[in-house]
Unconditional design. Structure first.
Length: 118
């Protein structure tokens, strides 16, 4: 799996370049998220391709990432959302902890640490 990692202050953006399907594993995201949290990063965003489809194993990894970020008192976002990820987040009721955005710019405006406290 190809993951592009970009620092967009105050976020780290993990952009998964491959389309996810039933054979995809995103387990390496757990190690990446843990590493960044251990180094003090609290604002983590993920980007997935528009063709990605989430299967139970991928959903489990996202929930584990969410829990790690929440425990670190951080903030998790997903940018460039597709219909599948939007339905998924709605169905598992994690919208309090995972915010969805159409673009990185939208995320930076609405989910910046100072703005989200208001």
């Amino acid at each position: 799996m190809i993951i592009d990692i970009t620092h967009i202050d105050p976020y780290i953006l993990f952009r998964i370049k491959d389309d996810l399907d039933n054979k995809s594993s995103i387990l390496e995201l757990l190690d990446l998220v843990r590493e960044y949290i251990d180094n003090g990063q609290k604002y983590i965003a993920f980007g997935f391709s528009q063709s990605s489809f989430f299967y139970p194993s991928s959903i489990a990894v996202l929930i584990q990432c969410c829990e790690m970020i929440k425990t670190a008192e951080g903030f998790m976002s997903i940018v460039e959302k597709n219909a599948d990820i939007e339905d998924l987040i709605d169905s598992i009721d994690t919208d309090k902890f995972i915010k969805l955005f159409n673009t990185v710019e939208e995320m930076l405006f609405f989910a910046s640490p100072t703005l989200r406290k208001t």
